[in-house]
Structures are given as structure tokens and as C-alpha cells.
Design a protein around this ligand. Structure first.
Ligand code: PLP
Length: 364
């Protein structure tokens, strides 16, 4: 092969031909409200503790890390509570790797992953990369789900994995626990409840973790990227029956989670109250946004997460661009005509309102 070969000259898997690397734009602008990060970095004391933990890990960095991440899994079990132990927890490089492990173990050729849209735009990638078929059944007009509708879709598509995202991204809509338990009672498929935003929910204590003692096919996926303000460390995890954890252990790459990732996550968990200290403020800002956006004359979807979906605009890309021209980056995603904005610091959120007010005057 000539050294000037391009992608089209390589034996790429046929289903990848024409695919683009996916991701939200990473633009260096003053107000970044496009990927639902927690806008507050750790305190100087916690940063120092993380640096010390990484230095300690570096002292034995010639050795492979604990491939079972046992200490971190025990810490995560303690954080979730409800009597869970390390055997109930699996942890990987953010929830996207956790999901890839789940679909590697329970999806695959000839198998179907079912979910309910509009929802998280990464799921089709996890399905594609694990050679799983991917089916999205539309949610109701208000983006909610009923157990009857979910089970009807399960009967129709016969999935081995069902993903229910609650609070859902990009709508912010929660699915009640009663719906999830009715679904679990009605299917043998693996039911993955993606609770990436659970800490921001109005009823945060109503987590599917409470259903684990009843259902062996339930997987609750969480991340440290959002409420825990640890997006840069790439740590996500699941809670499930130990048999499901063992299935993930089969497909994971050996030593998948680096020593420094494990060390930093353990420091964050040891300081959980402080790492999560801004969650109440972010929830209050979200609640204020649900009132403020309609006052500006735009529709907003009721949200249980740290973002709001708002619209609708005849040309949402134009609105996105006009906000960006004012230094405010939001996300062009979700149903036609809508945009998604993450909850930022008070200053960032005010900058967003100011920019949006100007844009609305221009376009209306
Ligand atoms: C942000 C998000 C995650 C977390 O992603 P990480 O890979 O853990 O950073 C998971 N699920 C949903 C629905 C999300 O929006």
C-alpha cells in the first residue's frame, strides 16, 4: 500500500464507510453550555489531594494497575449505599466504556438494542461498534414513557438490551420508578437504566438502585462526569447483580482503568459531600431556567437534569450560530427546532439569557 493512502483506500468495515468521528464541537468560547458539565472545578485542597494521590500511584506506575479496581468499586458501592458491595459495581473509562462493555456482553451480531427517542446520541455508536442492531422507538409527545408502551416495543423488537435514560438526555424527562419496575417484571431482556443525571432530579432518591434486590436483569449506569464534576477523569460505573458484573469482566480490555484514574476517582469519592456541594445550586438554577425561558417567550421542556431543552425555532442552527457569535455555546440536538443549554454558573447563565434575548429580538 502506498504511503499516501487515504481512508477510502483502507479495508474499513463496510458499515463504517462514510461515518464521521462523532462529538459535540469543542470550541474555546467564554460561555460553554453544550455538554452538561458541572462548571465548578474542585477546591484547591481537593486538587492538592488528587495530585498527591497521582504521585503515590506514580511511585508504582511501572506495574499494571489493579485490573479489578477493587478499592474504587468498594468506594462506589459505599457512595450508592442500599447495601451494595464491590461485587455489584463495575467501573470503566466513563459510562461510554461501561455501555460498550454491556453491549459487548449482551448485544452483538443478530441482537437488538432498544431505546426510546429522542435520547442520547452516543447509543447508536455503542451499538454500531459492538455490531448490535439499534432500534429507537419514539417517546410520547411530552417525551414520557409508559410501561405498556415499552413492553409493546420489547414484544415487537425482541431486544436483548433495553436502555431507559432517566432523566433523559436531551429532554430532561424522568421515567417513574413504577414504570421501570413494571418493565423489569415483564421482560427477561437486560434493562439498562442510564441515570447519568440522577443527582439533579427533583426526586433524586427515587433511583432504580432501589430495585436491584428484586431484579437480576437490571443495570443502573452512573457517571462521575456530571454531578461529581469529574468529566476530565473519565470514570463511569454501573450497579447490578454480580453476574452482570462478571459478564462485563469477560469483555473488558485487561487493565482498562489506569492507576491515575482510579486514584483521582477515589479522592473525589472520599470528598463526595464537597464534590457534590454545588448540585443544589445547579438544581435551583435549572428550576429558575424553567420559569425564565418562557418569560423570554420560548418554550422549555420540564427538566430533571442540569440542562434544558428549549425552542422551537424555525432555523435552530441560525439561533445556535447567533448565540455562538455572542460567546455562548449551546448544543444543537434533540427534536427539530430545539436547542439544549446546560446549567452553568450564575454568571454564565445570565450571559446566556442576555445573548438569547438579543438573538430573539433579531429574529422575531
Ligand atoms: C453525559 C451522559 C453520560 C455520561 O457520559 P460519560 O461517558 O460518563 O462522560 C451518560 N449518559 C448520558 C445520557 C449522558 O448524557
Amino acid at each position: 500500500m502506498k504511503p499516501d493512502v487515504t481512508l477510502s483506500g483502507l479495508p474499513l468495515r463496510p458499515e463504517l464507510v462514510g461515518e464521521q468521528p462523532y462529538g459535540a464541537p469543542q470550541l474555546d468560547v467564554p460561555v460553554r453550555l453544550n455538554v452538561n458539565e458541572n462548571p465548578y472545578p474542585p477546591s484547591p485542597a481537593i486538587i492538592a489531594e488528587m495530585a498527591q494521590a497521582v504521585a503515590t500511584a506514580a511511585a508504582s506506575i511501572d506495574r499494571y494497575p489493579d485490573r479489578e479496581a477493587s478499592d474504587l468499586r468498594a468506594d462506589l458501592a459505599a457512595y450508592l449505599g442500599h447495601g451494595l458491595t464491590a461485587a455489584n459495581i463495575w467501573v470503566a473509562n466513563a459510562s461510554n466504556e461501561v455501555m460498550t462493555h454491556l453491549l459487548g456482553a449482551f448485544g452483538g451480531p443478530g441482537r437488538t438494542v432498544l431505546t426510546f427517542g429522542p435520547t442520547y446520541s452516543m447509543y447508536p455508536e455503542y451499538a454500531r461498534n459492538t455490531h448490535s442492531a439499534y432500534v429507537v422507538v419514539p417517546r410520547r409527545a411530552d417525551f414520557t414513557l409508559t410501561a405498556a408502551e415499552i413492553l409493546a416495543a420489547v414484544a415487537e423488537h425482541n431486544p436483548t438490551v433495553v436502555i431507559i435514560t432517566t432523566p433523559n438526555n436531551p429532554t430532561g424527562t424522568s421515567t417513574p420508578l413504577s414504570v421501570i419496575s413494571d418493565v423489569l417484571a415483564g421482560t427477561e431482556a437486560i434493562v439498562v437504566v442510564d441515570e447519568a443525571y440522577q443527582e439533579f432530579a427533583h426526586q433524586a432518591a427515587e433511583t432504580a438502585v432501589t430495585l436491584l434486590p428484586q431484579f437480576g436483569n437490571l443495570v443502573v449506569v452512573r457517571t462521575m462526569s456530571k454531578a461529581f464534576a469529574l468529566a476530565g477523569a473519565r470514570v463511569g460505573y454501573l450497579a447490578a447483580n454480580p453476574a452482570i458484573v462478571n459478564a462485563c469482566r469477560i469483555v473488558r480490555l485487561p487493565y482498562h482503568l489506569s492507576a491515575q484514574s482510579q486514584a483521582i476517582a477515589r479522592v473525589a469519592l472520599a470528598n463526595a459531600p464537597e464534590m457534590l456541594a454545588r448540585v443544589d445550586e445547579l438544581r435551583a438554577t435549572r428550576d429558575a431556567m424553567l420559569i425564565r425561558l418562557p418569560q423570554l417567550g420560548v418554550q422549555v421542556i420540564d427538566s430533571d437534569a442540569n440542562f434544558c431543552l428549549f425552542g422551537s425555532f424555525a432555523d435552530r442552527h441560525d439561533v445556535w450560530q447567533r448565540l455562538l457569535d455572542r460567546g455562548v455555546l449551546v448544543r444543537e440536538t434533540g427534536p427539530a427546532g430545539f436547542l439544549r443549554v446546560s446549567v452553568g454558573t450564575p454568571a454564565e447563565t445570565e450571559a446566556f439569557y442576555a445573548a438569547l434575548s438579543e438573538v430573539l429580538k433579531e429574529i422575531r
